[in-house]
Design a protein around this ligand. Structure first.
Ligand SMILES: [Zn+2]
Length: 378
């Protein structure tokens, strides 16, 4: 039986980090350990017929590496789940089925978007580019939806496991609309909100990369681009219909023609049963498409070792890739500040750790130094 690759949040407590080797508890020790991890000869324990890229490393990255760009992670010390105990993300089934959920989601996303646009890749992303240029990396699999990887290293093969925020996608016809165009539609449909947003921009809350400072100015941005507003009337928020489905109402699963209606100003009407636009991210409770899931598995199988950077592996889809690599005999490195789900599976107590490495530091303190220290291998 195969378990569906569904994105669900894991909010339970994580164990304290295990450090392997012990010398990796310091920053300089961690730089040594991660450098040695990249340089090591392919593991003799590795299973699999494709040995072509066994000297290379596949990276699996998570929200922890975008904290230095000013985005909150989920479970770090200032993470969304830690800071705001009542925070819960919008689930896919709610978004698809409930007009009210979509209004709330888009209102928050509308306010969060300018801050996300301003945020830029940081030293970790540039270090990954450099490591890729030097021949150490086969692929990057990321859980992040901020597009920083593709901005920083467009030539390095990158797979966005949970999609991306740069587009919205129609649930009916699967066509994409650039998120920036969609933002302009939201502005037009919600002039009062647009004014409010301009005020927030004016306040300078979007001028700083420091989440603490943003919070002081009344703006809290989660990694999915959602903004926490203490009081705001989501119920009045309006969003557009898919322009293609508006012109050509699609055929429904039962063979009947769908209805896509808009209000006089062009806002999607609740009398419609198609043409709903959704962010092109895998929302919680949504299945990862089989093409992406298979491509991620292939990226694992194509490399000789796996380095996890800035992820606590809390989503099952991410943990499953690590488990796959582990069972394949790949050396596993984990560079994540704080505990990681199931890490005792890979680092079982005081047993010989073999080729595995585990450090609990911020990636931006480690990877840039590793990247500058390593010589090109091609
Ligand atoms: Zn459509």
């Amino acid at each position: 039986m195969t378990t569906p690759a569904i994105r669900i949040p894991f909010t339970g407590p994580l164990p304290p980090p295990i450090i392997v080797p012990r010398s990796a508890s310091t920053v300089s020790g961690a730089i040594d350990a991660i450098s040695a991890f990249f340089r090591a000869a392919p593991s003799p324990l590795l299973r699999g017929v494709d040995v072509g890229r066994n000297a290379q490393t596949v990276l699996l990255t998570g929200a922890g590496i975008s904290v230095a760009s000013g985005l909150s992670d989920y479970r770090g010390e200032n993470g969304t789940y830690i800071r705001n105990k009542s925070y819960r993300p919008t689930y896919y089934h709610e978004f698809v089925n409930r007009h009210e959920s979509r209004k709330r989601y888009w209102a928050r996303s509308f306010v969060g978007w300018p801050g996300l646009v301003k945020a830029k890749p940081n030293a970790t992303h540039w270090a990954i580019r450099s490591l890729g240029d030097k021949g150490y990396i086969s692929s990057v699999v990321t859980q992040n939806v901020d597009s920083f990887h593709s901005m920083a290293h467009p030539d390095l093969h990158t797979l966005e496991l949970h999609g991306y925020l740069r587009s919205v996608i129609c649930i009916s016809c699967r066509r994409h609309v650039p998120r920036e165009d969609f933002q302009q539609s939201l502005r037009r449909l919600n002039p009062t909100w647009a004014e409010f947003l301009d005020e927030i921009v004016e306040s300078g809350a979007l001028d700083t990369d420091n989440p603490e400072e943003q919070r002081r100015r009344g703006l809290k941005v989660n990694p999915d681009g959602d903004v926490d507003l203490a009081t705001a009337p989501y119920s009045m928020f309006r969003y557009p219909a898919c322009p293609h489905c508006l012109e050509n109402p699609p055929i429904l699963a039962d063979g009947s023609k769908s209805k896509v209606d808009v209000e006089s100003d062009g806002a999607w009407s609740p009398g419609s049963n198609a043409g709903i636009l959704k962010p092109a991210v895998i929302m919680f409770g949504e299945n990862i498409g089989p093409d992406v899931r298979i491509a991620a598995e292939e990226a694992i199988d194509d490399a000789g070792r796996l380095l996890v950077v800035g992820s606590s592996l809390a989503t099952f889809s991410a943990w499953r890739l690590v488990e796959r690599a582990y069972k394949r005999g790949m050396p596993i490195g984990i560079l994540n500040l704080g505990g990681v789900r199931n890490e005792t599976v890979i680092f079982p107590g005081d047993k010989e750790s073999g080729p595995h490495v585990r450090c609990s530091h911020k990636a931006e303190l480690i990877l840039p130094e590793v990247a500058s220290r390593l010589d090109a291998i091609r």
